[in-house]
Design a protein around this ligand. Structure first.
Ligand code: C5P
Length: 217
């Protein structure tokens, strides 16, 4: 029997991570935040002096990454990375390296390794289109750029970071454009993905939709 996967893709700050984590908890499944892998790779590159444009160097670094997730905490080489990978700057660095095909290829097996019984809920940009093309349920989760900027703003303030709403809207638009226009695994709604626009939905409503699609599948 194949292990079920629920793949939730979508743009930055759409709430896909929150929805994915709650759906995983409801089903007793594992959860993988694939964006954290790109963020932590960029972070590791900074620590080890690998240039963010050095595609081969980044791919090599990615193949040797020692990563472990425990809830929302990510451990790199046994050490918790904490909120250092949650800043806007870390998101931009992740988005830059995510455009490099050799790096994406190097991270494929690492991501697929998280498919473990009884099941996996994962979120990212290409979970349904590239990493788990045979996912049981694929969801493309989105919300308006203004709504997403508001959510990201709240999140950053709650974490004690400085934030500026207008700059966030601008940053989200730029990141979306880069993620959607890159040649390698661009962000797009897969033909077999359910569209979930959460602009006017609560988190609980969004989670219910995902669980409903899973039950139907
Ligand atoms: O989702 P999050 O904002 O943490 O992702 C950070 C960046 O990592 C994204 O802007 C995107 O460029 C990249 N990413 C990706 N593919 C994924 C997950 C994230 O390219 N599956």
């Amino acid at each position: 029997m194949t292990i079920p996967v629920i793949a939730i893709d979508g743009p930055s700050a759409s709430g896909k991570g929150t929805v994915a984590a709650l759906a995983a908890r409801a089903l007793g499944f594992h959860y993988l935040d694939s964006g954290a892998i790109y963020r932590v790779t960029a972070h590791a590159a900074g620590n080890r002096g690998v240039d963010l444009a050095d595609e081969a160097g980044l791919a090599e670094l990615a193949r040797g990454l020692e990563l472990r997730f425990d809830g929302v905490e990510v451990y790199l080489d046994g050490q918790p990375v904490g909120d250092a990978i949650r800043t806007e700057e870390a998101g931009r660095a992740a988005s830059r390296i995510a455009a490099l095909p050799a790096l994406r290829a190097a991270l494929l097996e690492l991501q697929r390794g998280f498919r473990k019984a009884p099941g996996l809920v994962t979120d990212g940009r290409d979970m349904g289109s590239v990493v788990f093309p045979d996912a049981t349920v694929k969801v493309f989760l989105t919300a308006s750029a203004e709504e997403r900027a508001q959510r990201r703003y709240k999140q950053l303030i709650e974490k004690g970071f400085d934030a500026n709403l207008a700059a966030l809207v601008q940053d989200l638009r730029e990141r979306d454009a880069r993620d959607a226009s890159r040649a390698s695994a661009p962000l797009h709604q897969a033909a077999d993905a359910h569209l979930l626009d959460t602009t006017a939905l609560t988190i609980a409503q969004a989670v219910d939709r995902v669980l409903g699609w899973y039950r139907q599948a």
